[in-house]
Ligand binder design. Sequence first.
Ligand SMILES: [Zn+2]
Length: 268
Amino acid sequence: MGLFEKKECALCGGKAGLITRYKIANGEYICGDCHGRMSPYTEGLGNMSVEDVEEQIRIKEENDERFNNQFNITRQFDFDSRHPIMAVDDNSGEFALIKDARPDIFSFDNVISYNVDLNTAALSEEERQNDSSLMGILNYLLSDNFGSRFPDMPRCPQGCKVIGMYFEIKFGANPLNADRIRIDMLPGWSTSETEVDKAYMCANEIYQCFKEYKSGQRQAPAGAVQANTAAVDSASAIEQVKQLKELLDMGALTPDEFEKKKKELLNL
Ligand SMILES: [Zn+2]
């Protein structure tokens, strides 16, 4: 039983290298290629037999087929145009995590709870003194105005900055055995004010969507009329411009920054 002992993939028989192999039940391993055919959200790999892995690959293939041919996007939530996060099919009552190359579909029915988790860090003295625009947005995030606009979002503690934001979904059951999924709402390493603000806006939209389903305000209607996605998009853009105007009025954005973001949102 040497450290460099070669293992075979229990599924395809290929090489399961030390670094690229994944342990499954009964002391067996699968290779990186076979592992990549399952959903990244599949859990419990260590307890899976070869047959369980095969089943997970089948579920993923079926999911991909359904996403490409049946999933009708009625609403979509993006961090920005380069970072899509979540798509919703209100006709089937399902959502898909589209930040992944092969989106996974989940039913709102299987969701037990959801919340937004902030990761914050104390501001250094240097940051406090040097970055006036950062202080602008931080003061804004702490303000009552912000709290009243996003009452469901967590507040950043006094003297801190936001370094991470996660949307967490807890499931009762799903085919991937995933109890909990965390979506990173801040795609880059940057913690600039605009990025944090975009993450807040997007997380809030996703939160409100889950709330609609959880409260029964929205259900998967049988044979419902398909929503007009373009109309939904422009309505949300106008809403965001209104929010930016508030930021401008309170001095957290310069007129130039406001104009730039407005043009982006309205495709001017
Ligand atoms: Zn393999």
